[in-house]
Design a protein around this ligand. Structure first.
Ligand code: AVI
Length: 322
C-alpha cells in the first residue's frame, strides 16, 4: 500500500483483499466468491455431473425423510428450523414439504451471507408453500451465531448443509462449532453435512469440472476486485488449479498467474506483482471421516447422536446435540 495514501479501509472485502494480496504466499478467502454472479455460478456447480455433493445430500433427504424429521422432533412439540447458508433451499424443501404434510409445528429461518439468495428463497417459499412461516436473515456465519441464542425460546434445530463447514480449516471449524454450542440450549439439535473422504480422482473432478464453471467461480473473486475496487486483473492470465491430499482430506483451490505481471487495484492504491506461476490460494474444501468429525464435534463440547448417509457413503449428515 502506498504509504502516502491515508485512505481508510472500510469494508471487510477491502481489508482482506489488501492483507491477502500483500502476504506471502498470497491468499483470498472463498467467502468472496459469492455475489450475484458467484451465486449463479454456484447454482451451476451444484447441477454439474462431477459435483456429487448436492445430489448425495439430496438422496439422503429423499430416502431418510421420515427418520430425519422424527430425529428433529419426535414428540412433535414444535421447533424453529434454522438453516445457516441456506442458498436456494432446494434440498431443504424436501424436508419442508414433509414437515407440512406430517403437520409438524415449526418455523423456518433461512440465513445466508447472500441477500440475493435469501430474498429469492423467501419469495419462492411464499409461492410454493404459503403455509410455512418463513423469516429470512442476512449475515455472515460467525456474526449470526451471536444473534442465534436470543432468537427464540423454542427448541432449535440448526442445519448447516452442503458440507459448508468444509470451507473452514479445522481450527476455524472448532471455533464455529463452539459458537454453535454457545448458541444452543440443552435439547437443541445441530444437523450438519460433512463430505466424506473417497477416491481422490472423484474429489479432484468435482472441483475441476470439464466445462470450466468451477474455474469461473474461482476467478469471480478477481472479477469482484475489478468491479468493486477498480482493479485491472486480466482473468485470462490466471488459471484455476486444484489439489487434493488424500492423507489430510483437504482439497485446495488456487489461481495461478500464467506470467510475470503487475495488477493495479486503484481503490486500495495498491499494485500487486506476480511472478510467473505464482499462486493465490483461494479455498479449502475439507473431506472427512467419522473419526475426524467425532474429534471436531467433541472438541467443541458437542456429541453425535446419529448419522445419515447416501448409498455410496460419499456424504454424511450428522445429528449432533449439546
Ligand atoms: C459451498 N462449499 C461447500 C462448496 C465446496 O464444495 O467447497 C463451494 C465450492 N467450491 C468449488 N465448488 C464448490
Amino acid at each position: 500500500m502506498n504509504s502516502k495514501d491515508q485512505k481508510v479501509l472500510v469494508s471487510t472485502f477491502e481489508k482482506e483483499v489488501c492483507e491477502g494480496l500483500t502476504a506471502f504466499p498470497k491468499y483470498l478467502s472463498s467467502k468472496f466468491f459469492y455475489d450475484e454472479v458467484g451465486d449463479e455460478l454456484f447454482q451451476q456447480i451444484m447441477a454439474l455431473p462431477e459435483y456429487y455433493l448436492t445430489r448425495a445430500e439430496y438422496e439422503i433427504f429423499e430416502t431418510h425423510t421420515s427418520d430425519i424429521l422424527q430425529s428433529f422432533d419426535a414428540t412433535k412439540q414444535g421447533f424453529d428450523l434454522i438453516e445457516l447458508g441456506a442458498g436456494d433451499g432446494k434440498k431443504t424443501k424436501v424436508l419442508l414439504k414433509e414437515l407440512l404434510h406430517q403437520k409438524y409445528d415449526f418455523n423456518y429461518k433461512p440465513i445466508d451471507i447472500s441477500e440475493n439468495a435469501v430474498d429469492g428463497l423467501v419469495k419462492n417459499l411464499k409461492e410454493e408453500m404459503p403455509k410455512i412461516v418463513v423469516q429470512g436473515q442476512i449475515g455472515e456465519y460467525f456474526e449470526i451465531l451471536d444473534r442465534l441464542k436470543h432468537m427464540s425460546d423454542r427448541k432449535k434445530v440448526i442445519m448447516v448443509l452442503g458440507s459448508n463447514i468444509g470451507n473452514l480449516l479445522h481450527s476455524r471449524a472448532i471455533q464455529f462449532l463452539k459458537k454453535l454450542y454457545n448458541a444452543m440450549h440443552p435439547g437443541d439439535l445441530l444437523f450438519m453435512g460433512f463430505d466424506q473422504k473417497k477416491h481422490p480422482q472423484k474429489v479432484l473432478d468435482a472441483y475441476n469440472d470439464k466445462t470450466g464453471v468451477t474455474a469461473a467461480f474461482n476467478k469471480n473473486v478477481l472479477a469482484r476486485i475489478n468491479k468493486e475496487l477498480d482493479g485491472n486483473f486480466d482473468l485470462d492470465k490466471f488459471m484455476h488449479w486444484e489439489t487434493y491430499d488424500p492423507e489430510s482430506g483437504t482439497a485446495k483451490s488456487y489461481l495461478v498467474s500464467k506470467e510475470k505481471q503487475t495488477v493495479d487495484i486503484n481503490n486500495l492504491s495498491l499494485q500487486v506483482h506476480f511472478e510467473a506461476w505464482e499462486s493465490i490460494h483461494t479455498e479449502i474444501s475439507q473431506k472427512y471421516d467419522d473419526d475426524t468429525v467425532k474429534w471436531l464435534v467433541e472438541e467443541s463440547g458437542l456429541s453425535i447422536v446419529q448419522t445419515f448417509s447416501d448409498q455410496n457413503n460419499d456424504y454424511k449428515d450428522y445429528l449432533i446435540t449439546k
